[in-house]
Design a protein around this ligand. Structure first.
Ligand code: NOJ
Ligand code: CA
Length: 685
């Protein structure tokens, strides 16, 4: 008998371990999605099938650490567990009240097969509408403080030349305020998420993340055609994530649906977030608001003091009167505080969040509003000088709380990589808006506000990953090109397809404060670049299509009246009627960037609302009213494009008509070029 030397034995043992790949699989509850996890070649990996089609090819997983071996190679699966859950939970406010969470979960333990034998868990939750997976690194000897220098997660999409992608760039100067590109997937260099795709088979997918907490945002870098890799936004010093065990990553998510509207009718992101941590949140109030805002964007008012200062005591009271008369819950006031005079973009450290301008009396205006049942909506523009904001935050929120302000719009205007913080040594550092530092900073403002029963509407935010479930006072956010891009300062206004892009991309993350409701669609003439490139009916439909629990009637209030200054303009009634909190929501029809139709049922009421919008192409829609209650009769109050309506030449041609309808009827409507339709289905009592 011959004995092999010990080193050869070890080599053979390792070889056998490497060549024998352990594979674990899990399917969604209806078995339409199948995910496999493996340790092939010692590298953690996964693949995804949808109805038998491979939609994510074998892709790597892993985390690379500074100064110590991470979880990238020499890994093998030692154990796995499967759980399942089928529950329904309730949203305090939302696009639907009841949310079904039906999924199966596979948890797999990967261990290094050499010293120091560290291990990491990968959890995969598989729903019928998509998947989420995350890393968990538990406390273990020799692994305490950890710096993640790279995340190895890949998403390898099979046919990238023939897959259409809808996307905006990741880590680019304007944060997430870009127009969406429609290209073959293969042409992307780096994309922000959600990244939406249609495979040649027609299957629609979107890659995003859920529960982004104390971690860096994930952008997607295309390494080879179809090979997308997580590229975490770094700190100023290049480290991606500074953490310590135990920790979890956000969920890496893939929405999966047979068609475009399947993406919209998904609860994936919400279901992957933690339940409400704030307890009783009855103080968080959805609702509609007006504000001293559009005038500044048009250039007729200023944020700074002077002859055209927008937010004066008098003007704020004027807006309060209007809000009270027409039932708006709040009045937003921008430019109420000190710091706007001069170049505020460069002097963000001059913003004072407790001192008003001399011509604005905060106590008086809030007292005035209170007597009329209208709340002031506060505003904190930081210009991304975040240390200046943080230093004043407690006092600023205390003041607002004292004044009965229950909602604050925050702003972080500056280049994506120009967040300015002063570190503990007094050194000024630049961070990205979506690096780990800012992920924490945004959430800090939300939790500090919650302590004072204040809700936050973040502009220039971190992308939405569903944290409203955990922190329901994070009531809305921007995070895409909003209405403001139709004003004077941007180079190009939002094209007709922009709002038809948003539901299938940005909105997969959560609500958006788009601020619709501009009635004077072309303040500089129909041929000007700077105008709203919609028909009036489409502008109304946005209240149903672009979900947000707070919705602004964004125009200056004079524009809601006819020339006589008294008679309300046609269509304003729809803004008054449309709710912002829903019992149910259903996307009825749509294609990414082309058109979309939504039906939503109001909370605590029986009426349904419908909004449908189209891009630059006119189109006819036949929508089945199968969502209506068959036991009820309805009057449809319809705001539709007139026969000659066209966003370019005749955006105001709108027909308002009433029709008796019932469940199961067909609703036929013709949408003009960049047109729309808004409907209230009122129960006929
Ligand atoms: C950008 C916001 O999106 C906009 O709504 C606001 O008016 C300006 N910043 C000023 O804060
Ligand atoms: Ca903005």
């Amino acid at each position: 008998m011959t004995y092999l030397p010990m080193s050869v034995c070890l080599f053979l043992l390792l070889l056998s371990m490497q060549s024998y790949a352990e594979i674990k699989t899990i399917t969604s509850p209806s078995a339409n999605i199948l995910v496999s996890l493996s340790d092939e070649a010692g590298i953690p990996g996964y693949s995804v099938q949808y109805r038998g089609e491979e939609i994510v090819k074998h892709s790597a997983l892993g985390l690379e650490f500074k100064d110590t071996d991470g979880f990238v190679r020499n890994m093998h699966i030692v154990k796995s567990e499967i759980h399942s859950s089928n529950i329904t939970w309730v949203q305090p406010w939302g696009e639907r009240k009841q949310v079904r969470d039906n999924h199966k979960e596979l948890s797999v333990d990967f261990v290094q097969n050499q010293k120091p034998f560290h291990h990491m868990l990968v959890h995969i939750k598989v729903f019928d509408d998509g998947i989420g997976f995350r890393y968990e690194v538990v406390k273990q000897p020799g692994l305490n403080a950890v710096e993640i220098v790279d995340e190895k997660t890949e998403f390898i999409i099979p046919d990238s030349e023939k897959t259409t992608a809808w996307w905006i760039p990741g880590r680019a100067p304007l944060i997430d305020e870009y127009l969406y590109n429609t290209t073959p997937l293969a042409t992307i260099l780096r994309a922000q998420t959600p990244l939406t795709m249609r495979l040649p088979s027609g299957v629609h997918m979107a890659i995003h993340e859920a529960a982004l907490v104390d971690y860096a945002a994930m952008t997607l870098l295309q390494q080879k055609p179809g090979q997308l890799r997580a590229d975490l936004t770094p700190w100023y010093d290049g480290i991606r994530v500074k953490t310590q065990t135990p920790f979890v990553s956000p969920w890496r998510t893939i929405h999966i649906a047979p068609n475009a509207i399947g993406l919209l009718n998904s609860n994936l992101i919400l279901n992957l977030n933690e339940p409400n941590k704030l307890g009783d949140v009855s103080w968080v109030k959805p609702g509609k608001y007006v504000g001293i805002w559009w005038g500044m964007h048009l250039g007729t008012m200023t944020w700074s003091t002077g002859p055209h200062h927008g937010t004066t005591t008098e003007q704020a009271k004027n807006y309060m009167d209007f809000a009270a008369k027409y039932g708006f819950a709040g009045v937003l006031v921008e430019g109420w505080n000190q710091g706007w005079d001069g170049n505020w973009l460069a002097n963000g450290d001059k913003f004072n969040f407790t001192k008003a301008t001399p011509d604005f009396d905060l106590a008086e205006v809030t007292r005035y509003g209170k007597a009329k049942g209208v709340k002031l909506i506060g505003h904190h523009e930081t210009a991304a000088f975040v240390t200046n904001y943080k230093n004043q935050m407690a006092e600023a929120y205390d003041l607002y709380q004292k004044m009965g302000v229950a909602q604050v719009k925050t702003g972080y205007v500056n280049d994506h990589d120009k967040v300015i913080r002063i570190d503990a040594a007094g050194i000024e550092r630049n961070e990205w808006h979506d690096g780990q530092f800012m992920v924490n900073e945004y959430l800090y403002s939300v939790t500090e506000a919650a302590k004072r029963q204040i809700s936050i509407d973040t502009h220039e935010p971190i992308k939405d990953t569903g944290l409203r479930r955990t922190y329901p006072n994070w009531i809305s956010r921007e995070g895409a090109r909003g209405q403001e891009f139709n004003a004077t300062w941007s180079l190009v206004a939002n094209p007709p397809e922009h709002t038809v892009m948003l539901p299938f991309t940005r909105m997969l993350g959560g609500p958006m404060d788009y601020t619709p409701g501009i009635f004077n669609l072309a303040p500089f003439g129909l041929n000007a670049e700077h105008r709203v490139k919609n028909t009036l009916a489409k502008e109304l439909a946005l209240y149903v299509v672009i979900y947000s629990p707070i919705q602004m009637a964004a125009d200056v209030i004079e524009n809601y009246f006819e020339k006589d200054g008294k008679t309300l303009r046609p269509g304003f009634q729809f803004i008054l009627d449309v709710p912002t909190d829903w019992e149910q929501s259903r996307a009825l029809a749509g294609e990414v960037g082309d058109y979309v139709a939504y039906a939503r049922k109001q909370r605590n009421g029986d009426d349904w609302f419908l909004g449908a919008i189209t891009d630059e192409n006119p189109r006819k829609l036949a929508l089945k009213l199968d969502f209506l209650d068959p036991r009820k009769r309805y009057i449809a109050e319809i705001y539709r494009d007139g026969a000659t309506a066209d966003w370019k030449t005749n955006p105001y041609d709108m027909v308002i008509e009433h029709k008796a309808v019932k469940a199961g009827d067909m609703f036929n409507v013709a949408l003009a070029a960049s047109g729309g339709v808004a409907v209230r289905f009122k129960v006929d009592k």
